[in-house]
Design a protein. Structure first.
Length: 321
Protein backbone atom coordinates (compact mmCIF):
# COMPACT_ATOMS: atom_id res chain seq x y z
CA UNK A 1 0.00 0.00 0.00
CA UNK A 2 2.79 2.40 0.90
CA UNK A 3 4.57 1.57 -2.36
CA UNK A 4 1.39 2.32 -4.35
CA UNK A 5 0.89 5.67 -2.62
CA UNK A 6 4.53 6.60 -3.21
CA UNK A 7 4.21 5.67 -6.90
CA UNK A 8 1.08 7.80 -7.32
CA UNK A 9 2.74 10.75 -5.60
CA UNK A 10 5.83 10.40 -7.82
CA UNK A 11 3.72 10.41 -10.99
CA UNK A 12 1.69 13.40 -9.80
CA UNK A 13 4.80 15.38 -8.85
CA UNK A 14 6.39 14.56 -12.22
CA UNK A 15 3.27 15.81 -14.06
CA UNK A 16 3.25 19.04 -12.05
CA UNK A 17 6.95 19.69 -12.67
CA UNK A 18 6.56 18.94 -16.37
CA UNK A 19 3.57 21.28 -16.64
CA UNK A 20 5.43 24.09 -14.87
CA UNK A 21 8.44 23.56 -17.15
CA UNK A 22 6.30 23.76 -20.30
CA UNK A 23 4.54 26.92 -19.08
CA UNK A 24 7.83 28.62 -18.24
CA UNK A 25 9.34 27.51 -21.53
CA UNK A 26 6.48 29.04 -23.49
CA UNK A 27 6.85 32.32 -21.60
CA UNK A 28 10.61 32.38 -21.29
CA UNK A 29 11.55 35.32 -23.52
CA UNK A 30 9.97 38.76 -24.10
CA UNK A 31 10.06 38.12 -27.85
CA UNK A 32 7.77 35.11 -27.49
CA UNK A 33 5.41 37.18 -25.34
CA UNK A 34 5.32 39.97 -27.93
CA UNK A 35 4.66 37.62 -30.85
CA UNK A 36 1.97 35.74 -28.91
CA UNK A 37 0.23 38.98 -28.03
CA UNK A 38 0.26 40.13 -31.66
CA UNK A 39 -1.16 36.79 -32.81
CA UNK A 40 -3.90 37.01 -30.18
CA UNK A 41 -4.83 40.51 -31.35
CA UNK A 42 -4.96 39.34 -34.97
CA UNK A 43 -7.10 36.36 -34.06
CA UNK A 44 -9.48 38.64 -32.14
CA UNK A 45 -9.87 40.85 -35.18
CA UNK A 46 -10.66 37.84 -37.38
CA UNK A 47 -13.45 36.57 -35.14
CA UNK A 48 -17.06 37.01 -36.12
CA UNK A 49 -19.45 39.42 -34.47
CA UNK A 50 -20.74 37.00 -31.85
CA UNK A 51 -17.30 35.94 -30.73
CA UNK A 52 -16.22 39.53 -30.24
CA UNK A 53 -18.30 39.62 -27.05
CA UNK A 54 -15.12 38.44 -25.29
CA UNK A 55 -17.09 37.42 -22.21
CA UNK A 56 -15.88 33.84 -22.35
CA UNK A 57 -19.26 32.18 -22.96
CA UNK A 58 -18.25 30.95 -26.40
CA UNK A 59 -14.63 30.05 -25.82
CA UNK A 60 -13.88 26.40 -24.99
CA UNK A 61 -13.68 25.52 -21.33
CA UNK A 62 -11.24 22.69 -22.00
CA UNK A 63 -9.10 21.36 -24.84
CA UNK A 64 -10.39 17.86 -24.03
CA UNK A 65 -13.64 17.41 -26.03
CA UNK A 66 -15.56 15.30 -23.49
CA UNK A 67 -14.52 17.52 -20.59
CA UNK A 68 -15.51 20.63 -22.55
CA UNK A 69 -19.00 19.21 -23.23
CA UNK A 70 -19.37 18.29 -19.57
CA UNK A 71 -18.30 21.74 -18.32
CA UNK A 72 -20.60 23.56 -20.76
CA UNK A 73 -23.56 21.90 -19.05
CA UNK A 74 -22.58 23.28 -15.64
CA UNK A 75 -23.63 26.92 -14.99
CA UNK A 76 -20.93 27.32 -12.32
CA UNK A 77 -18.23 26.47 -14.90
CA UNK A 78 -19.11 29.57 -16.95
CA UNK A 79 -18.82 31.75 -13.86
CA UNK A 80 -15.44 30.20 -13.09
CA UNK A 81 -14.34 30.84 -16.69
CA UNK A 82 -15.38 34.48 -16.30
CA UNK A 83 -13.18 34.54 -13.20
CA UNK A 84 -10.25 33.40 -15.37
CA UNK A 85 -11.03 36.13 -17.89
CA UNK A 86 -10.93 38.73 -15.12
CA UNK A 87 -7.52 37.37 -14.12
CA UNK A 88 -6.43 37.61 -17.80
CA UNK A 89 -5.50 33.92 -17.99
CA UNK A 90 -5.33 32.42 -21.47
CA UNK A 91 -5.41 28.79 -20.35
CA UNK A 92 -8.85 27.13 -20.33
CA UNK A 93 -10.73 26.22 -17.20
CA UNK A 94 -10.09 22.51 -17.64
CA UNK A 95 -6.35 22.97 -17.05
CA UNK A 96 -6.91 24.48 -13.60
CA UNK A 97 -9.57 21.94 -12.66
CA UNK A 98 -7.24 19.05 -13.52
CA UNK A 99 -4.36 20.75 -11.70
CA UNK A 100 -6.56 21.23 -8.64
CA UNK A 101 -7.57 17.56 -8.73
CA UNK A 102 -3.94 16.45 -8.89
CA UNK A 103 -2.89 18.75 -6.03
CA UNK A 104 -5.82 17.60 -3.89
CA UNK A 105 -4.84 13.96 -4.50
CA UNK A 106 -1.20 14.67 -3.62
CA UNK A 107 -2.17 16.46 -0.40
CA UNK A 108 -4.53 13.66 0.59
CA UNK A 109 -1.94 10.94 -0.04
CA UNK A 110 0.82 12.82 1.79
CA UNK A 111 -1.31 13.21 4.89
CA UNK A 112 -2.39 9.59 4.56
CA UNK A 113 1.23 8.47 4.68
CA UNK A 114 1.97 10.68 7.70
CA UNK A 115 -1.16 10.19 9.79
CA UNK A 116 -2.24 6.75 8.52
CA UNK A 117 -5.81 7.82 9.10
CA UNK A 118 -8.53 8.55 6.54
CA UNK A 119 -10.15 11.24 8.69
CA UNK A 120 -6.95 13.25 9.22
CA UNK A 121 -6.08 12.92 5.51
CA UNK A 122 -9.14 14.90 4.38
CA UNK A 123 -7.57 18.33 5.15
CA UNK A 124 -5.01 17.53 2.45
CA UNK A 125 -7.76 18.11 -0.11
CA UNK A 126 -7.47 21.84 0.67
CA UNK A 127 -4.31 21.84 -1.44
CA UNK A 128 -6.58 21.56 -4.48
CA UNK A 129 -7.74 25.15 -3.94
CA UNK A 130 -4.18 26.47 -4.33
CA UNK A 131 -4.42 27.24 -8.12
CA UNK A 132 -7.61 29.27 -7.68
CA UNK A 133 -6.16 31.04 -4.64
CA UNK A 134 -3.18 32.11 -6.77
CA UNK A 135 -5.58 33.20 -9.52
CA UNK A 136 -7.56 35.27 -7.02
CA UNK A 137 -4.35 37.10 -6.05
CA UNK A 138 -3.52 37.72 -9.73
CA UNK A 139 -7.06 38.96 -10.37
CA UNK A 140 -7.01 41.29 -7.35
CA UNK A 141 -3.70 42.83 -8.42
CA UNK A 142 -4.97 43.31 -11.96
CA UNK A 143 -8.20 44.95 -10.78
CA UNK A 144 -6.27 47.26 -8.43
CA UNK A 145 -3.95 48.31 -11.24
CA UNK A 146 -6.94 48.95 -13.52
CA UNK A 147 -8.54 51.10 -10.83
CA UNK A 148 -5.32 53.09 -10.43
CA UNK A 149 -5.17 53.77 -14.18
CA UNK A 150 -8.85 54.68 -14.51
CA UNK A 151 -8.67 58.34 -13.28
CA UNK A 152 -5.99 59.22 -15.84
CA UNK A 153 -7.99 57.41 -18.54
CA UNK A 154 -11.08 59.43 -17.64
CA UNK A 155 -9.08 62.65 -17.89
CA UNK A 156 -7.86 61.57 -21.33
CA UNK A 157 -11.44 60.83 -22.41
CA UNK A 158 -12.61 64.21 -21.09
CA UNK A 159 -9.90 66.07 -23.00
CA UNK A 160 -10.72 64.09 -26.13
CA UNK A 161 -14.41 64.98 -25.88
CA UNK A 162 -13.64 68.64 -25.28
CA UNK A 163 -11.41 68.63 -28.37
CA UNK A 164 -14.43 67.57 -30.43
CA UNK A 165 -13.73 63.85 -30.84
CA UNK A 166 -16.44 61.24 -30.59
CA UNK A 167 -16.58 58.90 -27.60
CA UNK A 168 -15.49 55.95 -29.74
CA UNK A 169 -12.37 57.85 -30.84
CA UNK A 170 -11.62 58.69 -27.22
CA UNK A 171 -11.92 55.04 -26.23
CA UNK A 172 -9.54 54.09 -29.02
CA UNK A 173 -7.06 56.73 -27.90
CA UNK A 174 -7.14 55.39 -24.34
CA UNK A 175 -6.59 51.86 -25.62
CA UNK A 176 -3.51 52.95 -27.51
CA UNK A 177 -1.90 55.13 -24.83
CA UNK A 178 -2.39 53.03 -21.70
CA UNK A 179 -0.66 49.82 -20.77
CA UNK A 180 -2.02 46.57 -19.35
CA UNK A 181 -4.66 46.08 -18.05
CA UNK A 182 -6.66 49.21 -18.91
CA UNK A 183 -5.41 49.74 -22.46
CA UNK A 184 -6.17 46.22 -23.80
CA UNK A 185 -9.62 46.22 -22.19
CA UNK A 186 -10.56 49.50 -23.88
CA UNK A 187 -9.15 48.13 -27.13
CA UNK A 188 -11.43 45.09 -26.84
CA UNK A 189 -14.36 47.46 -26.37
CA UNK A 190 -13.41 49.40 -29.50
CA UNK A 191 -13.14 46.11 -31.46
CA UNK A 192 -16.65 45.16 -30.35
CA UNK A 193 -18.00 48.51 -31.50
CA UNK A 194 -16.18 48.11 -34.82
CA UNK A 195 -17.88 44.75 -35.40
CA UNK A 196 -21.32 46.20 -34.80
CA UNK A 197 -21.92 45.83 -31.08
CA UNK A 198 -23.73 48.83 -29.63
CA UNK A 199 -21.73 51.30 -27.58
CA UNK A 200 -23.81 50.73 -24.45
CA UNK A 201 -23.56 46.94 -24.75
CA UNK A 202 -19.81 47.09 -25.40
CA UNK A 203 -19.34 49.18 -22.26
CA UNK A 204 -21.51 46.75 -20.27
CA UNK A 205 -19.34 43.88 -21.52
CA UNK A 206 -16.22 45.65 -20.30
CA UNK A 207 -17.85 46.24 -16.91
CA UNK A 208 -18.61 42.51 -16.78
CA UNK A 209 -14.98 41.61 -17.50
CA UNK A 210 -13.66 44.06 -14.89
CA UNK A 211 -14.55 44.07 -11.19
CA UNK A 212 -14.34 47.82 -10.68
CA UNK A 213 -17.24 49.83 -9.20
CA UNK A 214 -15.87 53.06 -10.66
CA UNK A 215 -16.01 51.59 -14.15
CA UNK A 216 -19.66 50.72 -13.56
CA UNK A 217 -20.24 54.37 -12.59
CA UNK A 218 -18.70 55.38 -15.91
CA UNK A 219 -20.91 52.98 -17.87
CA UNK A 220 -24.07 54.15 -16.10
CA UNK A 221 -23.08 57.79 -16.66
CA UNK A 222 -22.56 57.24 -20.39
CA UNK A 223 -25.90 55.44 -20.72
CA UNK A 224 -27.78 58.18 -18.85
CA UNK A 225 -26.02 60.93 -20.79
CA UNK A 226 -26.97 59.35 -24.13
CA UNK A 227 -30.61 59.25 -23.04
CA UNK A 228 -30.99 62.58 -21.25
CA UNK A 229 -28.03 64.61 -22.54
CA UNK A 230 -25.43 66.57 -20.63
CA UNK A 231 -21.72 67.38 -20.61
CA UNK A 232 -20.07 63.95 -20.70
CA UNK A 233 -16.56 65.39 -20.43
CA UNK A 234 -17.41 67.17 -17.18
CA UNK A 235 -19.03 63.99 -15.85
CA UNK A 236 -15.87 62.00 -16.52
CA UNK A 237 -13.70 64.63 -14.83
CA UNK A 238 -15.94 64.51 -11.75
CA UNK A 239 -15.75 60.71 -11.61
CA UNK A 240 -11.96 60.85 -11.92
CA UNK A 241 -11.75 63.40 -9.09
CA UNK A 242 -14.05 61.24 -6.95
CA UNK A 243 -11.85 58.19 -7.54
CA UNK A 244 -8.73 60.09 -6.47
CA UNK A 245 -10.45 61.26 -3.28
CA UNK A 246 -11.44 57.70 -2.51
CA UNK A 247 -7.80 56.63 -2.95
CA UNK A 248 -6.77 59.18 -0.32
CA UNK A 249 -9.47 58.02 2.10
CA UNK A 250 -8.54 54.39 1.52
CA UNK A 251 -4.91 55.15 2.35
CA UNK A 252 -5.95 56.71 5.67
CA UNK A 253 -8.11 53.69 6.51
CA UNK A 254 -5.25 51.30 5.74
CA UNK A 255 -3.03 53.27 8.09
CA UNK A 256 -5.59 53.08 10.89
CA UNK A 257 -6.23 49.35 10.27
CA UNK A 258 -2.53 48.42 10.22
CA UNK A 259 -2.55 47.72 13.98
CA UNK A 260 -5.44 45.28 13.64
CA UNK A 261 -3.75 43.46 10.76
CA UNK A 262 -0.53 43.14 12.72
CA UNK A 263 -2.44 41.78 15.72
CA UNK A 264 -4.11 39.17 13.54
CA UNK A 265 -0.78 38.06 12.07
CA UNK A 266 0.85 37.80 15.50
CA UNK A 267 -2.07 35.85 16.99
CA UNK A 268 -2.00 33.40 14.10
CA UNK A 269 1.78 32.88 13.98
CA UNK A 270 2.44 32.83 17.73
CA UNK A 271 1.03 29.31 18.43
CA UNK A 272 3.20 27.81 15.70
CA UNK A 273 6.30 29.53 17.08
CA UNK A 274 5.52 28.29 20.59
CA UNK A 275 4.95 24.74 19.29
CA UNK A 276 8.27 24.85 17.44
CA UNK A 277 10.08 26.10 20.54
CA UNK A 278 8.51 23.36 22.69
CA UNK A 279 9.48 20.76 20.11
CA UNK A 280 13.12 21.86 20.42
CA UNK A 281 13.11 22.14 24.23
CA UNK A 282 11.02 19.04 25.02
CA UNK A 283 10.53 16.81 21.97
CA UNK A 284 8.81 14.02 23.91
CA UNK A 285 6.07 16.42 25.04
CA UNK A 286 5.24 17.47 21.48
CA UNK A 287 5.51 13.93 20.09
CA UNK A 288 2.84 12.86 22.56
CA UNK A 289 0.61 15.60 21.18
CA UNK A 290 1.31 14.73 17.56
CA UNK A 291 1.01 10.95 17.67
CA UNK A 292 -1.85 10.58 20.14
CA UNK A 293 -5.34 10.61 18.47
CA UNK A 294 -6.71 13.02 21.08
CA UNK A 295 -3.75 15.33 20.53
CA UNK A 296 -4.38 15.37 16.80
CA UNK A 297 -8.02 16.20 17.43
CA UNK A 298 -6.98 19.09 19.68
CA UNK A 299 -4.64 20.40 16.97
CA UNK A 300 -7.40 20.19 14.32
CA UNK A 301 -9.94 22.00 16.51
CA UNK A 302 -7.40 24.67 17.45
CA UNK A 303 -6.52 25.26 13.80
CA UNK A 304 -10.21 25.64 12.87
CA UNK A 305 -10.81 28.10 15.74
CA UNK A 306 -7.74 30.12 14.76
CA UNK A 307 -8.89 30.26 11.13
CA UNK A 308 -12.34 31.46 12.17
CA UNK A 309 -10.77 34.12 14.41
CA UNK A 310 -8.50 35.38 11.61
CA UNK A 311 -11.48 35.48 9.22
CA UNK A 312 -13.55 37.53 11.68
CA UNK A 313 -10.68 39.96 12.32
CA UNK A 314 -10.15 40.34 8.60
CA UNK A 315 -13.81 41.19 8.09
CA UNK A 316 -13.63 43.75 10.91
CA UNK A 317 -10.59 45.61 9.55
CA UNK A 318 -11.59 45.28 5.86
CA UNK A 319 -13.49 48.56 5.48
CA UNK A 320 -14.85 49.19 2.01
CA UNK A 321 -14.70 52.74 0.73
Amino acid sequence: MVFFIAAVISVAVFCIIEGIFLVLQNRSTPEIKRIKKQLDNLSDQDQNRDQVSLLGHLRPLSDVPWLNKFLLRIPLAKRMDLFLIKADVSYPLGVFLLLSAVLALVGFLLLAMVSRSFLFSLPGLILGFLPFYVLSIIKARRMNKFEEQLPDALDTLARSLRAGHALGSGLEMVGQEFHEPLGPEFTKTVIQITYGVGLEQALRNMATRIDCPDLKFLVVSVIIQRDSGGNLGEIMENIGRLIRERFKLRGKIRTLAAEGKLSAIILFVLPFLIAFALFIVNPSYMKELLYDPKGRMIIAVAFVIMSVGVFIMKRIINIKV
